[in-house]
Design a protein around this ligand. Structure first.
Ligand SMILES: [Zn+2]
Length: 85
C-alpha cells in the first residue's frame, strides 16, 4: 500500500513538472511583454546562467530595463562587473 501511494505521488509530481516545463517552453521570449501570468515564467540569470522562476528573482533596474537575478549575490556580481553594455 505504501508503494502504491509513492507511485501515485511520483506520477502527480511528474505531471506537474511536465506541464510546468511545457508552459515554459511555450512562453514567448519577448522584451516588455508584461502579463499577469508572467509569474511562472523561467528567466535566465545573466551572471551564473541558471534558470529560476521570475517571481523569485532579484530585480535590478539597470539602464531603464529590469534585469532579474537568481540571488542578491549574482546581482552584486553583475554590478561589480559592468562588462555588459
Ligand atoms: Zn545567479
Amino acid at each position: 500500500m505504501k508503494l502504491l501511494l509513492l507511485i501515485i505521488i511520483a506520477y502527480l509530481a511528474y505531471r506537474v513538472v511536465k506541464s510546468w516545463v511545457m508552459r515554459n517552453l511555450q512562453a514567448p521570449d519577448q522584451n516588455g511583454a508584461r502579463h499577469p501570468s508572467i509569474d511562472d515564467v523561467m528567466v535566465k540569470d545573466p551572471v551564473c546562467g541558471i534558470y529560476f522562476p521570475q517571481r523569485e528573482g532579484v530585480a535590478l533596474n539597470h539602464g531603464g530595463q529590469t534585469i532579474l537575478f537568481c540571488s542578491a549575490a549574482c546581482r552584486d556580481r553583475y554590478l561589480k562587473e559592468p562588462k555588459h553594455e
